[in-house]
Design a protein around this ligand. Structure first.
Ligand SMILES: [Zn+2]
Length: 82
């Protein structure tokens, strides 16, 4: 099963809109709407990776972005998983 992400959907929609309005690939629209800034952590409450909006803390465990940055620095995620 192929899952379409919101990002995929948005890319398709924005490509159509750009064509329609004659905008180029670096239009402001895409810059502001695509890739909202998120930070990721392994949530001990949910027991999975959770994406959280920039500047927000985790809804489940209350982890904060700055704290997670420190953890990632000391314990790179690639090393944890392999
Ligand atoms: Zn969490």
């Amino acid at each position: 099963m192929i899952r379409k992400t919101i990002g995929d959907w948005f890319r398709e929609e924005s490509a159509l809109l750009r064509k329609e309005y004659g905008l180029d690939d670096t239009s402001q629209m895409e810059l502001t709407l695509e890739n909202p800034k998120m930070w990721t952590h392994y949530c001990l409450i949910e027991e999975e990776d959770i994406d959280t909006g920039e500047g927000e803390s985790c809804n489940w465990c209350g982890q904060e972005e700055e704290a997670q940055k420190l953890i990632d620095k000391k314990l790179p995620r690639s090393k944890v998983k392999s």
